[in-house]
Design a binder for this molecule. Structure first.
Ligand code: CAA
Length: 261
């Protein structure tokens, strides 16, 4: 495995099919500096390409998932620096991953940390998690999807409140709003997230990928063209061996054996 400085990478699960990426800049509350994101992008791409991996978990530590983009790194950036460098463009590596990516959030998920969690497909949280978009406190606005993804999760009024006040919301509020799908005790979060990844890993990876593409389309288009997209992907599953195996196994009353074909 490549030697990383800002993340730790591990493969876990009974079938060794779950990739975990731990953000690892504990002294800076996992502030998301560019070197961290370059490593995160590489780790995600490697897991995405590795056929033994079914799903990927991104996590932090008990104090912080991530406290945002690195304020010290961008403190002296100019507008033209941002334009020239395409500041934060590495973040797209996470949303481009074809496999399910699950955020396991303990502690702070603020600014870019909240945005990174929202780039993931599912968010599980520990009881002490705190979410927020506090960029307004430091004279800027969310820059990695917060103003666009948060309203899609929680609606306009709550998203406006979060973005305009900079106030934090706790894990239970986040669950009630639909930002987070489940909340667990702090020390159970990772094992529950691994169980979720393993459950997804029992299915055909090919069909999981198609299902993810179809759900994601809901955020990109109108209902009518989204439904058309869904229909063609659904029809497309009938071109796969795994669809045939799934239905045959059901009719023969046995567990399916998927081949990713
Ligand atoms: N960038 C860089 N360093 C950060 C950081 C960040 N986003 N968040 C925390 N740190 C550093 C602190 O500077 C501190 O380092 P030093 O000990 O070297 O001074 C260390 O992490 C510990 O932080 P605190 O002492 O502040 O810890 P705390 O427990 O008192 O407070 C906190 C925790 C409320 C999360 C506080 O750290 C905080 O408010 N952090 C910033 C949150 C924020 O504004 N995030 C948005 C960033 S902008 C952004 O993300 C843009 C975008 O949309 C992409």
């Amino acid at each position: 495995a490549p030697a990383y400085e800002n993340i730790k990478v591990e493969v876990v699960g009974a079938k060794k099919n779950v990739g975990i990426i731990q953000l690892y800049r504990p002294k800076a509350l996992n502030a998301l500096c560019k070197p961290l994101f370059v490593e995160l992008g590489k780790a995600i791409k490697d897991f995405d390409a590795d056929t033994s991996i079914s799903a990927i978990i991104i996590t932090g530590n008990e104090k912080a998932f991530a406290a945002g983009a690195d304020i010290k790194e961008m403190q002296n950036n100019t507008y033209s620096d941002n334009q020239r460098a395409g500041f934060l463009q590495e973040w797209e590596d996470v949303s481009n991953c074809g496999k399910p990516v699950i955020a396991a959030v303990n502690g702070f998920a603020l600014g870019g940390g909240c945005e990174l969690a929202m780039l993931c497909d599912i968010i599980y949280a520990g009881e002490k998690a705190k979410f927020g978009q506090p960029e307004i406190n430091i004279g800027t606005i969310p820059g990695a999807g917060g103003t666009q993804r948060l309203p899609r999760y929680v609606g306009k009024s709550k998203a406006m409140e979060i973005v305009l006040t900079g106030n934090f919301i706790d894990a239970h509020e986040a669950e009630k709003m639909g930002l987070v799908s489940r909340v667990f005790p702090v020390d159970k979060l990772l094992e529950e997230t691994i169980k979720l990844a393993e459950r997804i890993g029992t299915h055909s990876p090919l069909i999981v990928k198609m299902a993810k593409q179809a759900v994601n389309q809901a955020y990109e288009t109108t209902l009518k063209s989204g439904l058309q997209f869904e229909k063609s992907v659904f029809y497309g599953t009938f071109a796969t061996a795994d669809r045939k195996e799934g239905m045959t196994a059901f009719v023969e009353k046995r567990p399916p054996s998927f081949k990713n074909e």
